[in-house]
Ligand binder design. Sequence first.
Ligand code: RP5
Length: 169
Amino acid sequence: MGSSSDLKVMHKAAEQLEVLQVPFEITIVSAHRTPVRMADYATKAAERNLKVIIAGAGGAAHLPGMVASYTTLPVIGVPVKSSNSIDGWDSVLSILQMPAGVPVATVALDGAANAGILAAQILALSDSSLQERLIGFKNSLSAKVMESLKEANLYDFRYFVNSDFSSGV
Ligand code: RP5
């Protein structure tokens, strides 16, 4: 991430990776304040056996794109609504609108959790046990929705629909 102030968002990626038992490292690498360190980090990432890079930054968020320009590893960009963001669109567009040839997979504003999950999904292409954990994770998402359906007080509404879609209108 570009600053320690991004940690309030980026910790959500770390939490997902922990849940999925994916080893990761976290550091602060600023495209503007430590450009040489950024180039060094991105250039050496593949030889250090990293597989995916998640880069989060706010405002004029050049970090993900610049990292992607130095490596062939997949880069997932997290636009952060930071103190210097106007409204968050500046961060989103800085990361999203990459020129052809230098892709950055951009998640939602402050969408670090999805960055963690997407990184795990990329790694799972060559890791069947991680694939199994991701299936378990997806199932837990479904289970939560079905549980919320049971708990939600929908029964008084005229068009309440059974969870197995068996009733007609
Ligand atoms: C960006 O500027 C950082 O990624 C951060 O989102 C934002 C503000 O940085 P700080 O001023 O909080 O260090 O480069």
